[in-house]
Design a binder for this molecule. Sequence first.
Ligand SMILES: [Zn+2]
Length: 148
Amino acid sequence: MEKAHEGYEVKDIDQPAGIVKVAVCKDSGKLPTALCARDPRGNRVYEELFIEGTQPTGLCENHVLVQVNRINGKLKTDNTPPGLVEDRVYVKKAIANPLAKDFQYTLITATDDTAVAPTVDIPVTPTIPITPTTPTTPTTPTTPTKKT
Ligand SMILES: [Zn+2]
């Protein structure tokens, strides 16, 4: 290419009229949401040139935020301990191919199977009723006698 351009000076070409530069999501091709930049692979937003009027108008619906159990990576349920819940961004796909490189970023469907700790019913032992005792009358103390 250098040889072909030999002897020519570098010229900037003006952008033709009617071209617009728009930020789009790499995965959906639509306008990005805040989640597109939070993709686990990194920011999925880039700028693309469009003929004015052909640029996307809808927002990306492929990037979704879900709450998972950070230990097993499964979707949070009511049984997931609150301390293990983590927000993660996934890519929603109509058909997820487990052999595809991006499968690990595809929206998971498995729900957290963490079991709730079983509650043990401890029988309450009945307390033995205490029978009231009749109060004893205090005895009058005897005055000690002095020995001589
Ligand atoms: Zn997106």
